[in-house]
Ligand binder design. Sequence first.
Ligand SMILES: Cc1cc2nc3c(=O)[nH]c(=O)nc-3n(C[C@H](O)[C@H](O)[C@H](O)COP(=O)(O)O)c2cc1C
Length: 209
Amino acid sequence: MHDLNRRYATKKYDPSKHLAPADWEMILTAGRLSPSSYGYEPWKFILLDQQARQDIQPFAWGAVASAKGADKLIAILVRKDVTYNSPYVQHLVRDIKHKEFSETDPRTLNFKNFQENDLQLKTDQDRYNWASRQAYLALANMLMAAARLDVDSCPIEGFNYAQMNQYLADRGVMDPAHWGVAVMASFGYRDQEITPKVRQPLTDIYEEM
Ligand SMILES: Cc1cc2nc3c(=O)[nH]c(=O)nc-3n(C[C@H](O)[C@H](O)[C@H](O)COP(=O)(O)O)c2cc1C
C-alpha cells in the first residue's frame, strides 16, 4: 500500500538528482520481466538523449516538465508485426525460449487462431493496439518498481503520436514499418511534495455479481 500511495505523476523534477545505475537497472528489469501475451514481449525501451528532449517539446506537451528535469525519459516502443509465423516470433521461440518452431505446431496454430479469430487482429494497427495494451503493463510495473525504490516517475501519453513516430524514425531509432511508440515515461527525483491520492471510493468502482 505504501508504494501505491508513494507513486504519483511527478510534474516537477529536480534536474540535479540522478538515479543510481542499480536502481535504473532494477526499473528496466521490472519492464523486462513483465507479463506479455504468449510471452512474446512485443516491446522495446528507448532512453531519449538530450537532443531528443529538446526536439520533441513542440509536440510532446505532456513531457515538457519531464524533459526539463527528469533523469530518465523513455519511449516504450511496440511491435506491429507479431504474427504467428513472423521472423520475430520464430526468433523468440527458437533463440530465447529454446523450443522448436513449426508453422503446424499446435501452439503456433493456437496463437494464429487466438490473434485472427478471438481478438480479430487483422492489421498492423490492430497488432499495434494489442501490443500497446501489453506495454502498459510493463509501464505499470516500472512505475511501481520506481516507487519501491523511492524514485519518482510520470507516465506520459501527452504527445502527438504521428510526430513522435516520425521523429524516432528520422533519428534512426525505429523502423516505422515494424514499430510504433506506445507510451512514454520519466523517472527521477521530485522537486515538489507528493500529491495525495484523489480517487473514487471502492464502492463506486467495484461490484459483485
Ligand atoms: C496512460 C497515462 C498517460 C499519462 N500522460 C501524462 C502526461 O502526458 N503528462 C503528465 O504530466 N501526466 C500524465 N499522466 C498522469 C496522470 O495525469 C495521473 O496519473 C493521474 O492524474 C492520477 O494522478 P497520480 O498518478 O498522481 O495518482 C498520465 C497517466 C497515464 C496513466
